[in-house]
Write a protein that binds this ligand. Structure first.
Ligand SMILES: Cc1cc2nc3c(=O)[nH]c(=O)nc-3n(C[C@H](O)[C@H](O)[C@H](O)COP(=O)(O)OP(=O)(O)OC[C@H]3O[C@@H](n4cnc5c(N)ncnc54)[C@H](O)[C@@H]3O)c2cc1C
Length: 374
């Protein structure tokens, strides 16, 4: 008889895993608290491991609709110096989040996954997923893919899981906006100025471009909503026309890092931001979630019991995810906490890191790809 999985959360992690499990013969039900499966209007970068995972899931072509392949990226400091850059030999795509989620959702439905919207998970009990109305959904596998505020993870804490959540003290905003001729069409460009950071990523190369902005939460002028165009233009005069295009309803969010003593307990597993949310600096939060969906399914297929499979998967996957999470956090702290007298040293440090091929390959998910396919 087919094994059955109950998944909390129809985000990148939950739908990615649902597709993989269904493809390998599981029956799968996904519970999404929102009334529809959808993502905010923003862009997301898919590094090599994310690209590989989406191909493996069978939803890559649909996911990159409205996006672009990135050939070059750089980071420029406040003195106009390029501190990091790369002409890419690996694959990197910048795409609308909505395309990625739609592609995963459609693929999941085509594989027979049941996706229930308006279905709120409140925890786990006796190895079952517990819903708001008190229903217990039994499964061979229970998955918490319910994001950084995970209810499934909270339930595991009462069963002995140790969790450390770190507020990175960064406010972040991301949005899609109309493109103009001077916007990048195949390059991801990032600028540092003091404790503020801005990036532009291409989408379809003509109509839409995506922007992200970060600043410390105590930067009152920086984190106004709608954004304070004059304040941001004072830091980045050449980006005024970009700031003027940021949708006025864009909001600022917090950034949290999540560290769990284990990603599973019994037949229950955490994946994606629920297990290992990270600073968004390396564009790997979603990619590692997709990669983890592939490796988790493989580990389950190769193990006698679900519990053994989950343990084997963590042993294999954790080293890479912990590494990316650690470096992502370092980047975040350097960007948002370096005091003014040390900014030139920061530029030199970024430059030194940028020259390391090994670091760049690991960050971009290229090395993860080799591990995954070996
Ligand atoms: C500014 C920013 C930029 C980023 N850029 C990139 C990038 O370029 N590349 C990249 O790979 N990653 C990036 N990331 C990280 C990436 O967005 C996340 O790692 C990824 O979205 C995590 O997916 P998830 O499915 O684990 O969680 P989520 O996307 O949070 O999905 C969780 C889902 O669970 C649902 N849910 C929550 N609670 C419940 C409940 N109780 N019951 C039922 N459903 C529930 C939610 O509604 C949601 O649909 C970025 C993050 C930020 C903040």
């Amino acid at each position: 008889m087919a094994r059955h999985a109950e998944i909390a959360g129809a985000g990148i992690a939950g739908l990615g895993l649902a597709c993989q499990l269904a493809e390998s013969g599981w029956t799968v039900r996904v519970h999404e608290r929102s009334q529809e499966v959808r993502e905010s209007g923003a862009g997301i970068a898919l590094g090599q491991n994310g690209v590989d995972a989406m191909r493996s899931i069978g939803a890559f072509d649909r996911a990159i609709e409205g996006g672009s392949q990135v050939r070059y990226w750089n980071i420029v400091d406040q003195w106009g110096r390029v501190v990091q850059e790369e002409h890419l030999t690996s694959e990197l795509f910048s795409i609308p989040r909505s395309s990625l989620l739609r592609a995963l959702h459609e693929r999941a439905l085509s594989l027979g996954v049941e996706v229930l919207t308006g279905s709120i998970v409140v925890g786990v009990r006796h190895g079952s997923l517990l819903l708001g109305e008190g229903h217990e959904m039994k499964g061979d596998l229970i998955v918490g893919a319910d994001g950084t505020g995970s209810k499934v993870r909270n339930a595991l804490i009462s069963l002995g899981l140790k969790v450390r959540r770190i507020d990175l003290k960064v406010a972040g905003l991301r949005a899609c906006m109309p493109a103009v001729d001077t916007d990048p069409s195949d390059a991801m460009l990032e600028w540092l100025s003091g404790k503020r950071r801005v990036g532009l990523i291409p989408l379809d190369g003509k109509d839409q471009v995506a922007i992200y902005m970060f600043c410390p939460p105590e930067d009152i002028g920086g984190r106004k909503a709608p954004i304070d165009i004059d304040s941001w233009s004072a830091s980045y005069p050449h980006l005024r026309t970009a700031f003027e295009r940021v949708p006025r309803d864009s909001t600022w969010g917090e950034v949290w890092e999540t560290h769990c003593s284990a990603w599973s307990l019994g037949n229950t597993v955490l994946i994606g931001d629920a297990a290992f949310s990270m600073a968004p600096n390396l564009g790997q939060g979603g990619c590692t979630a997709l990669q983890a969906a592939i490796t988790l399914t493989q580990a389950l297929a190769n193990s006698k019991s679900v519990e053994d499979g989950l343990l084997a998967w963590q042993a294999q996957e954790r080293q890479h995810v912990d590494y990316v999470q650690r470096w992502s956090g370092r980047y975040s702290r350097l960007c948002s906490k370096t005091p003014a007298p040390l900014l030139r040293s920061r530029s030199r440090l970024f430059g030194a890191w940028g020259r390391s091929k090994r670091l760049n390959d690991r960050f971009a998910g290229v090395e993860a790809r080799l591990v995954a396919s070996s």
